[in-house]
Design a protein around this ligand. Structure first.
Ligand code: PLP
Length: 397
């Protein structure tokens, strides 16, 4: 018997999910996929993952773990070996660490474990799209603070202080940042910490997932501000540095009561991260780091090339990012407000996909319209092809 899955008159989304829309990044990559299936030659600079393969020794560790029978549920918060290794690297105890199904789940568990309806979360903008969506999904209120290109896409202590209210639960920091590549200095972090010292009800998320992809000095908010450690959650993982996005392993490091609350959430949602992927992540973080240096230098060369080329394109202004693998140029000069031909950054991206077959993401997806995000974690050949097409399309305007 064939049952139609399309006729479901009684289906309705929960109120919690009503405000959630399909993300702009997903929308663009779906459209790019559709065009590819129609036979178009599409270059995509849209996704947030490096083009390098997962290191061989990591794959071998996963294979060995599977063969050795590490195929059962692990403790909810992660294996003792992986949690212990992560804890030791921060000089903390195992129960300060939770291992989850990607850094994304760490963030989701933290929000689900701590937010009540209407609680506020301060999000410096531009931000990784998921931050505001997760907050809304947990019935919190994202409080975005515009941090434009003129201030290096970074939050100032004054702007932070203005945004804090009695309802503020969290400040989300992300350095190196997706999408801007901004990296906070120790002094900049300390200036923010001075404000936070005065507001003990505000907790801090320090998302350090791009830690190993910084082209200059990179400091950890928590390490720089030990006095705030008892209300800081560090978020990190293997996805980006070790090219392990599909293995889905991330972790949170923070005060024990918070970690325990997050483990309760995780226990009801996934029971814990994949046992084999945890063994792989352990091999990654205990393995030789020389490969990371090599890959970072490779990405640095791509960054320099992309920034130089984008800055020759009429209408785009591209600062050089200090970390991560995205450029976030301004396209303000191409918009109708400045006498240009596009209504918005999204309009520009849609046009680029149609006329040049290149997929990039509009800044409005990250809360800062007037920009576009392009990943440069692609092969030299792919970068050359895509950038040439963008340049030629812009010349035809
Ligand atoms: N944090 C930031 C800033 C990211 O850009 C991403 C992925 O794009 C993540 C967290 C999520 O990482 P994971 O793939 O481990 O869930």
């Amino acid at each position: 018997m064939v049952i139609s899955m399309n006729i479901q008159p009684s289906f309705r989304r929960s109120r919690r999910m009503e405000s959630m829309e399909i993300s702009e990044i997903v929308r663009i990559s779906e459209r790019a996929g559709e065009m590819r299936r129609e036979g178009h030659d599409i270059v995509s600079f849209g996704t947030g993952e490096p083009d390098f393969p997962t290191p061989v020794h990591v794959i071998e560790a996963a294979h060995s773990a599977a063969k050795a029978g590490q195929t059962r549920y692990t403790p909810t918060a992660g294996t003792a070996e992986l949690r212990g290794e992560i804890a030791a690297s921060y000089g903390l105890a195992t129960n300060n660490v939770i291992v989850s199904t990607g850094a994304k789940q760490v963030l989701a568990s933290a929000m689900m474990a701590t937010l009540d309806p209407g609680d506020e979360v301060i999000i410096p903008t531009p931000y990784w799209t998921t931050y505001s969506d997760i907050v809304r999904m947990c019935e919190g209120k994202p409080v975005t603070i515009q941090c434009p290109m003129a201030v290096g896409f970074k939050l100032s202590p004054e702007a932070l202080e203005r945004a804090i209210t009695p309802r503020t639960r969290w400040l989300m920091l992300n350095s190196p940042s997706n999408p801007s590549g901004a990296v906070y200095s120790a002094e900049e972090f300390r200036a923010l910490a001075e404000v936070l010292d005065r507001y003990p009800h505000v907790w801090i998320i320090s998302d350090e997932i791009y830690e190993h992809l910084s082209y200059g000095p990179c400091v950890s908010f928590a390490a720089e501000n030990p006095a705030l450690r008892d209300r800081t959650l560090i978020v990190n993982g293997v996805s980006k540095a070790w090219s392990m996005t599909g293995w889905r392993i991330g972790w949170g490091v923070g005060p024990q009561p918070l970690i325990a609350a997050m483990a309760s959430v995780q226990g009801q949602i996934t029971s814990g991260a994949c046992s084999i992927a945890q063994a792989a992540a352990l091999a990654a973080i205990t393995g030789d780091k020389a490969l990371l240096d090599e890959r970072r230098e490779n990405l640095r060369a791509r960054r320099d090339r992309v920034v130089t080329i984008v800055n020759t394109m009429a209408g785009l202004q591209c600062p050089s990012p200090d970390g991560a693998f995205y450029v976030f140029p301004s396209c303000a000069a191409l918009l109708s407000d400045a006498g240009g031909r596009f209504k918005s950054d999204a309009d520009f991206c849609a046009w680029l996909l149609d006329v040049a077959g290149v997929a990039i993401v509009p800044g409005r997806a990250f809360g800062l319209p007037g920009h576009v995000r392009m990943s440069f974690a692609y092969s030299d050949a792919e970068l050359s092809k895509g950038l040439t097409r963008i340049g030629e399309a812009l010349e035809r305007i």
